[in-house]
Design a protein. Structure first.
Length: 300
C-alpha cells in the first residue's frame, strides 16, 4: 500500500502528499465549477464554495481508523503497470477476481489492493451522483426531502472531484509514484522519496493558481460511460510518467528556479484535464438523470 510520507524541506513542515495536495484539489474543483454550462439546477451554482472545499475531503479522512484507512488509500490511484493488457470489468469485485485468476497478484507479489481502484471509485460516485439528480427531479420543490437531496448531491460531486483530480496526476497511475522504482534507471530519474511531494504539493502550492488552469479546460462534452472515462484518464496520465520524471530531473518543479514556465505548463495541463473531466461528469450526471433509471435484473 502506498505511504507517501514526504517533507517540505523549505519550511521543515510535514506535507501530506496524496492527490494534488490541498491547493491542487481546490484548483481542480474550482476550475470545473467555473466552466460549467448554464443549464444545471440553480442550487448547484450556489454551492460552488462547498464544491471547491470538498475537493480535499478524502484526504481529511486519513488516520480516522484502520478500517477506513484500508479502503480509502487504494481508492486514490491505479498503478497501471499491474493491470496493463487486462480487459478490466466495471465491478471492482470482478476486478479483484480477475487480478487473482489472471495471475497478476502472484506475478508481481502484490496484495489485492496494491494496484488501486480509482477508476472504480470515479464510476461509483458518478453513478451515485446521477441517481441523486434523478431523485431531485422527482422531489417536491421547497420540501425537506429536496433540501436533503441537494446536500447529498453537493457532497457527492465535491468528493468525486478528489478522485478525478487524482486520476489526472501521473504519480497516481504508476508504480513510480514516489521516485523511480524500476531495477534499472538508465535515464537517471529521481529515486528520492520527495519526488511526489516536490511536484504535486510544494510546486503547486507555490507556483499555481486557478487562472493557470481555467483557460485550458476543454469545451463541455456529455459522457455516458463513467468507468471508461476514469480508465481513460488513468491511461492518459500513465503515458506521461516519463515526461514527468524528465521535468523533475531538469528541476522544472524547483520553486527556486527563476523561470517556472515549463513546470506550470505541465501541471496546468494535467489539472485542466482533471477539471474538464470533472465538469463533464457533473453536467452529464445532471443531463443523463432525465432518462429513466436502468431496470434491475432482480430484487436481490
Amino acid at each position: 500500500m502506498k505511504r507517501l510520507l514526504l517533507v517540505f524541506a523549505l519550511v521543515a513542515i510535514a506535507v501530506p502528499a496524496r492527490g494534488w495536495g490541498e491547493k491542487g484539489h481546490y484548483i481542480v474543483n474550482e476550475a470545473a465549477s467555473l466552466t460549467l454550462p448554464n443549464d444545471m439546477p440553480h442550487f448547484f451554482y450556489q454551492s460552488f464554495g462547498d464544491l471547491v472545499m470538498l475537493g480535499y475531503e478524502p484526504d481529511r479522512w486519513k488516520g480516522a481508523g484502520e478500517s477506513i484507512d484500508a479502503i480509502n488509500e487504494p481508492d486514490h490511484f491505479l498503478d497501471y503497470e499491474f493491470v496493463a493488457g487486462l480487459e478490466l470489468p466495471r465491478s471492482r469485485y470482478e476486478y479483484l477476481a480477475l487480478m487473482e485468476s489472471s495471475g497478476r497478484l502472484r506475478k508481481h507479489g502484490i496484495d489485492n489492493d496494491t494496484a488501486g481502484f480509482v477508476p472504480w471509485r470515479i464510476a461509483e460516485l458518478s453513478e451515485r451522483l446521477q441517481n441523486q439528480f434523478r431523485q431531485w427531479r422527482f422531489s417536491m420543490p421547497g420540501s425537506l426531502e429536496r433540501d436533503a437531496i441537494e446536500r447529498n448531491i453537493v457532497y457527492t460531486a465535491g468528493v468525486l472531484g478528489h478522485y478525478v483530480g487524482d486520476a489526472a496526476n501521473p504519480h497516481h497511475a504508476t508504480i513510480h509514484y514516489n521516485g523511480w522504482a524500476a531495477a534499472t534507471n538508465p535515464n537517471g530519474y529521481a529515486t528520492d522519496c520527495a519526488t511526489h511531494s516536490r511536484f504535486e504539493s510544494v510546486f503547486v502550492a507555490h507556483a499555481m493558481t486557478v487562472d493557470d488552469v481555467t483557460p485550458k479546460v476543454a469545451s463541455p462534452a456529455l459522457r455516458s460511460d463513467f468507468f471508461a472515462a476514469g480508465l481513460d484518464a488513468i491511461k492518459a496520465s500513465h503515458a506521461l510518467v516519463n515526461a514527468l520524471y524528465v521535468l523533475d530531473r531538469e528541476s522544472e518543479f524547483n520553486i527556486f528556479k527563476k523561470d517556472l514556465t515549463v513546470g506550470i505548463g505541465f501541471a496546468s495541463d494535467r489539472m485542466a484535464a482533471g477539471a474538464s473531466m470533472l465538469r463533464d461528469i457533473w453536467w452529464s450526471a445532471w443531463r443523463n438523470s432525465e432518462r429513466s433509471a436502468r431496470r434491475r435484473s432482480s430484487d436481490n
